[in-house]
Write a protein that binds this ligand. Structure first.
Ligand SMILES: [Mg+2]
Length: 247
């Protein structure tokens, strides 16, 4: 579903910070299958390694995606289907186990003081991300917008029962959530109205989003992707051209 949502423009910001969630502003991944070289030396993907089909199948799934044998969407669906716990238990489990980057709250306070909206673009599921932010950011958590996948009940089942839920993807793309769809309406604004757009991410699914922004901060596995994005930007094939902007 593509919508021309420009809600981060409320308050006429000069800058907007879009960011991935898993492994970018958190220390451990919840769901991101691409995090086979996660940050901070951690090699676990909590949900799948501990309550899903396990690390071996997850790694095979990652490999299959990277080799083009299946899409991220297909691989991710299998991974999520392997998690049978009732959904509320999954949310509680992840809230207990996920920590934010220790500098995130300092950044966020600064961003609020400087009228810089923060928008999380994630392949994870919204109730999990909201629960973690509520727990670790505190009362201002609702000032962070989340655009992500959702969870829904399986036909004839309840989210509260064993095997009762499944992932509900954001859009029809092979990523399940094409993060560039959210950024594009901002990037398409006329240069005199358009804020400077920033993006931070650490996975392959972040590349399409990074291409839409003027400045992307990549980590670990996406380093080359960020470099590619920057090269494309310099050639004028991606992002917003700074020299179009007139003060
Ligand atoms: Mg990530």
């Amino acid at each position: 579903m593509v919508t021309k949502d420009l809600s981060a423009m409320e308050g006429n910001p000069k800058f907007i910070f879009f960011t991935d969630f898993d492994g970018t502003i958190t220390l451990k991944d919840t769901f991101d299958a691409y995090q086979y070289i996660p940050l901070h030396g951690n090699t676990e993907t909590l949900q799948t390694d501990n309550i899903g089909f396990g690390q071996e199948k997850r790694k095979q799934g990652n490999k299959d995606v990277l080799e083009g044998k299946e899409t991220f969407r297909e691989s991710f669906t299998k991974m999520m289907d392997s998690v049978k716990k009732p959904f509320p238990e999954c949310v509680d489990y992840l809230i207990e186990n996920i920590k934010l980057d220790p500098h995130f709250n300092d950044y966020f306070e600064w961003a609020l003081d400087n009228n810089i909206p923060t928008v999380v673009l994630s392949s994870g599921m919204e109730p999990v991300i909201r629960g973690i932010l509520k727990n670790l950011v505190g009362k201002n958590h609702d000032k962070i917008d989340i655009v992500s996948n959702q969870a829904k009940a399986r036909p004839g089942k309840s989210m509260d029962e064993e095997g009762g839920w499944q992932i509900d993807f954001h859009d029809d793309s092979d990523f399940g959530h094409d993060k560039s769809l959210t950024i594009r309406p901002y990037a398409d604004l006329p240069s005199d109205k358009r804020p400077t757009l920033f993006y931070a991410g650490d996975g392959v699914s972040d590349l399409s989003a990074a291409r839409e922004t003027v400045c992307s901060a990549g980590k670990v596995s996406v380093h080359d992707a960020a470099k590619e994005g920057y090269e494309m930007y310099k050639k004028g094939e991606a992002g917003v051209k700074i020299d179009d902007d007139k003060e």
